[in-house]
Design a protein around this ligand. Sequence first.
Ligand code: MTE
Length: 324
Amino acid sequence: MTLIKIPRGWEISENLVTNETDFKNRRKFIKQLGVLGLSTALIGCMDNKQSLNAQSMPKTPFKSPSANLFPATRNEKYTVSREMTKEIVSSRYNNFYEFTTDKDRVWKLAKDYKTRPWTVEITGEVKNKGTFDIDTLLKKLPMEERIYRFRCVEAWAMTVPWTGIPMKELIKFAEPTTKAKYVRFESFNNPDEAPGQKGLSWYKWPYYEGITIEEANNELTLLGTGIYGKEMPMQHGAPIRLIIPWKYGFKSIKSIVKIEFTDEKPKTFWNDLAPKEYGFTANVNPKVPHPRWSQATERLIGSGERVPTKIYNGYEEFVKELYI
Ligand code: MTE
């Protein structure tokens, strides 16, 4: 069957991208911290100046053996009324400290990172333990496209079409035992290829995160494998990352190599570094200010518009039962 491809909104070429304004509190905060190691460590989770010039998207540099699985069919149940963030904006404004703390340089430093061969270890309290080749997993587990809001604790937000595997499908595949109460995720550790891991040595690499088994089983939780109808580019966490749209973005760990089901609450990267700033649960909540960012409003990257923050990032109907 021949498929006729109709270009989607974000695929239409763009000449102009609005510049972003800086958050002025960055330098002040670093001064206040006064501790060089910690201040430098925390810059990464802050909102740097973004200056995007008129540029067109580069051609996809690498096609994996799973490239033919994209674009996946869109599940219209998961959409939002907000305007989609342009690809050129979201793909050049990233948090990925393994490469750099400068949001606008991640894409450049990450673009040649090799994502094949890539394996994901599934371990802990599960029947189906093993180390699985990513392309085998992608073939085995169902993928779909969903439009989600995505909200960083730094109070910026975007709306993007992710492609991913519903986490509950991976859970079915892994067959957790009754002891599995939490899921712990781990990113790659490769300082020779990831300059942030080499240079920012005070971080506890590799990046690690965790959620409860109920959160992992929630229908919204995705293992992201693509964005804008294509394979995930490295700056967004290729080849597989977590996407939890009702939580602050730091929970959505990128470039996962290990998924462990445990009976103990796992430690998490940012919570270990600055427990007063980054909690384990980290649900989006306009009423709970972060010490450095009021969470009452959020800035939409691209347009720069500031809008009120929604409780659970607008996903209350899907998740409120989890927190009663
Ligand atoms: N995962 C890893 N491995 N390393 C990181 O530095 N940053 C987190 C999260 N996942 C991060 C990570 C933060 S703070 C945010 S806001 C999101 O990734 C950003 O995702 P994006 O760049 O795709 O928008």
